[in-house]
Design a protein around this ligand. Structure first.
Ligand code: SAM
Ligand code: SF4
Length: 327
């Protein structure tokens, strides 16, 4: 039975967080210190991940995206990809990473079965990178990007967040850089998922603002038909380059959502903003059979709301921050 929810949305995309740890401390995601880490023994092992992916694929999941925290910090990340790639039918495997470590890992990851990659990069200026991530690692990210393209993980996608007064003048430079290097850039609106609950709607740089700023430098022509993809895409200066904007807050796309999420400690979530989770880890470790795991997928999906509710007056930010849920 496919993963169809009460609103007819068929779920084909499973996002798996491999760890809540990270080598950056982006201000919109994690605090500078004092993070309450998940106990190590709760992290799913490669065989446990494979079991869950096998069950999910049997239920119609076609794409598995690995994320975190920083997924490349898992010393077994290449093994995990190889293990997931051995599931039949093989799901399309992608990863969202901050790019640090890619210089070394891009080629082994591709050989293990990685098909696509998204690298997060908000600025090209080292001082701003330091202010945004609290670490001095811009050069490592840029090296990682090059390695990803050289390994054949094309088109490399870039994810960029804009923070008011920090890097919101940089959208055109990021786009010019992406076009020059053959990367596909997408801007993401900042969501209320930060560890410190400091998100303020008034401070968020909106999709309209990003689009207006880009339009001063580039000709943007909207591309039709985005299907279940979160990004609205535009042809830049007549193409072939494109740019995307993921306007989760101001232009929500929950009506076409086809995503489920698995936290690094084996909790299934039906939405980034869900306030509840379904435990897969405990039954898995206590010997549950596939039918039982399938039932948990369906129960989780049964509780999925029509939308994330960020714009509702009663909206509550989820207790788990982005690095613990998996973006
Ligand atoms: N560490 C990896 C990375 O940065 O790509 C993967 C995990 S990170 C949580 C995944 C994506 O979520 C990144 O592109 C990041 O910019 C984005 N993100 C983190 N916090 C966010 C927030 N509060 N609102 C919107 N996007 C956020
Ligand atoms: Fe780490 Fe990614 Fe969060 Fe930045 S956005 S702190 S790189 S998990």
């Amino acid at each position: 039975m496919t993963l169809t929810d009460r609103f007819g949305r068929v779920h084909r995309d499973l996002r798996i967080s491999l760890t809540d740890h990270c080598n950056l401390r982006c201000t919109y995601c994690m605090p500078a210190d004092g993070v309450p880490w998940l106990p190590r023994n709760t992290l799913l092992t490669p065989p446990e991940l494979m079991r869950i992916v096998r069950v999910a694929v049997g239920l119609g999941i076609e794409e598995v995206r690995l994320t975190g925290g920083e997924p490349l910090l898992r010393p077994d990340c290449v093994d995990i990809i190889a293990t997931i790639a051995s599931v039949t039918p093989r799901p399309e495997i992608s990863i969202t990473t901050n790019g640090i470590g890619l210089a070394r890992l891009a080629e082994p990851l591709r050989r293990a079965g990685l098909a696509r990659i998204n690298v997060s990069l908000d600025t090209l200026k080292p001082d701003r990178f330091h202010a945004l991530t609290r670490r001095n690692r811009l050069a490592d990210v840029l090296d990682g990007l090059q390695a990803a393209a050289a390994a054949g993980l094309a088109p490399v996608k870039l994810n960029a967040l804009q923070l008011r007064g920090v890097n919101d003048d940089e959208a055109p430079d990021l786009l010019a850089y992406s076009i020059d290097h053959g990367y596909e850039l997408r801007f993401i609106e900042q969501m209320p998922l930060d560890n410190g609950h400091a998100w303020r709607r008034e401070e968020m740089v909106t999709a309209d603002e990003i689009q207006a700023r880009l339009a001063r430098h580039f000709e943007l022509a909207p591309l039709p038909e985005r299907g279940t993809a979160p990004a609205e895409r535009f042809l830049v200066d007549g193409g072939p380059a494109t740019v995307g904007i993921i306007a989760s807050v101001t232009r929500p796309f929950c009506g076409t959502c086809d995503r489920l999420r698995l936290t690094a400690d084996g909790q299934l979530r039906n939405c980034l903003f869900a306030t509840g989770e379904s435990d897969l880890r405990t039954p898995l470790r206590e010997g549950a059979d596939d039918l039982e795991l399938e039932r948990i997928f369906h129960t989780c999906l049964g509780g999925k709301q029509p939308g994330h509710g960020i714009n509702d007056p009663g909206f509550l930010q989820p207790a788990r921050p982005m690095n613990a849920i998996g973006g």
